[in-house]
Ligand binder design. Structure first.
Ligand SMILES: [Zn+2]
Length: 291
């Protein structure tokens, strides 16, 4: 065999190996995507983002909803692991209220993901982060909707989010206590119900109770990281949760969750991000099961 022929043979072999490697990579990616979508289950991830809150709802039709983004870019790693590599879109982002332990991570998300729509209250707040958030929304031309009770968002077949609070639009208004402006929403999938509360406190819970809003939910995202000023006995009696999820940072300086609150949750199964890390549920039409 001449030297040229040998070289050609080696080249052919290299081409073949590159092709095989590319093919293997392609199959790998497709398998990952396929594996994610093989059943009709909804994934709900309560991420451990330290002292803050970030929740991802991921439907089999590849529609995703992110409720708050936590206090830092920690959310990016969480999303990177939770979503298929090829999926750089989040269809809806909900900012419950503009405090940094909910907002900061969302700014990073806007920079790196294609966000389809944003739902927020639009209250007045003078923080530079909030200004940066709105500048990014404008720059990227993302449709922005102000929340009010009665809005429903259909995410997939049998999957809906209903806005319960605020009762009316409150955009542009000033509030001393931004926590009490938090968007409260209820998730319905088949027979499953979940209540998302942001950092709602008594000033939010009481009007909801007074108005007789149907708060009953199988899973409750405990408001304000388990603060004692939220999740009253009356509120719990109306929600009747089987499972309570608390998003709080390990050894946080606020002492969240408060012992008083944990006492009120007696008889409810409790999961805490400060102790359990990420808390993931898989829901079919009948049940949500913790993974
Ligand atoms: Zn908070």
């Amino acid at each position: 065999m001449t030297f040229e022929k040998m070289l050609q043979k080696i080249k052919n072999k290299i081409h073949y190996l590159i092709l095989a490697a590319l093919l293997a990579a392609t199959i790998f990616v497709w398998q990952v995507v396929f594996a994610q979508r093989v059943d009709d289950k909804i994934k709900i991830d309560f991420f451990d983002v330290g002292q803050g809150s970030a929740i991802l709802i991921d439907a089999p039709n590849n529609n995703q909803v992110l409720i708050d983004g936590g206090p830092s870019d920690a959310i990016l790693n969480k999303l990177g692991s939770a979503l298929p590599f090829s999926d750089r879109q989040i269809e809806l982002v909900i900012l419950t209220h503009p405090d940094s332990d909910h907002l900061s991570g969302l700014i990073e998300v806007l920079k790196r993901y294609e966000v389809g729509q944003i739902l927020e209250t639009g209250i007045a707040d003078s923080s530079s982060e909030y200004a940066a958030w709105h500048a990014l929304i404008a720059e990227k031309n993302i449709p922005l909707v102000f929340a009010r009770a009665g809005q429903t968002i259909k995410i997939a077949d049998n999957l809906m989010i209903k806005i319960l609070y605020p009762f009316d639009k409150i955009d542009g208004q000033d509030f001393k206590n931004t926590n009490s402006t938090s968007i409260v929403s209820k998730f319905f999938y088949g027979k499953n119900t979940l209540l998302f509360t942001g950092d709602a406190e008594g000033a939010t819970e009481n009007p909801l109770l007074f108005a007789g809003v149907d708060l009953r939910a199988d899973i409750l995202q405990v408001a304000h990281h388990g603060s004692k000023n939220s999740t009253s006995n009356e509120f719990l009696a109306a929600v009747e949760p089987q499972i309570a999820v608390i998003q709080a940072g390990a050894k946080n300086k606020y002492g969240h969750p408060a012992q008083e609150l944990l006492d009120r949750l007696k008889g409810v199964e409790i999961f805490r991000t400060d102790q359990d890390g990420d808390i993931n549920f898989l829901c079919d039409l009948e049940n949500c099961v913790k993974k």
